[in-house]
Design a protein around this ligand. Sequence first.
Ligand code: HQG
Length: 187
Amino acid sequence: MKTDKTLISTSKFLSLVLRHQPEVVGMNLDDEGWLDINDLINNANARGRKLTLELLHEVIATNDKKRFALSDDGLRIRASQGHSVSGVDLKLEEKTPPDILFHGTVAAFIDSIQANGLQKRSRNHVHLSADEATATRVGARRGKPIILRVAAKAMHDDGHQFYLSANGVWLVACVPPQWLRLPKPSN
Ligand code: HQG
């Protein structure tokens, strides 16, 4: 059993490699976002980042948001969502969302979101949460959270495609302003 510090630091390293910059270990993600586990271990160790199969398995199993997944044969690893690397297609099945999904953000972004809708910014999708508590935690990463409600089912029925990641995050290309509801001002 590794310390929490090692597990968190390895999770952050894997997020960097598997979502954003596989080049830090001299690798490219395949077109569905996978890396061969043994190559990843060897390349990371060659660059001074200590990785073992046991540590990877422990991070995958214990990660608070289940951020990483193994292929069915256990030979490859990928991030379940959050990518900014272009050209990665997770090949998720389209799925009908519930009536309402949630997005946690902060006040500084609200004017722009009202004008332009939710945009994916640096990532490959807009990320939406199935419940308000999760959206609150997402928003709180940036400050006092503001929770937007997305009329997801109506938006889906209007032709927008929704995907559910392996770790329960809803993904969509954008949310135009007409599908967004802001909370009522509290004062
Ligand atoms: C905002 C974490 C201005 C948006 C979380 C957000 C999530 C706009 C920020 C996952 C905008 C993008 C993703 C617009 C959107 N104008 N700002 N038109 N449209 N924004 O980090 O959803 O721990 O790319 O509100 O838990 O915050 O990494 O997206 O504040 O699941 O696994 O632009 O990342 O998961 O920020 O978070 P992000 P997010 P992990």
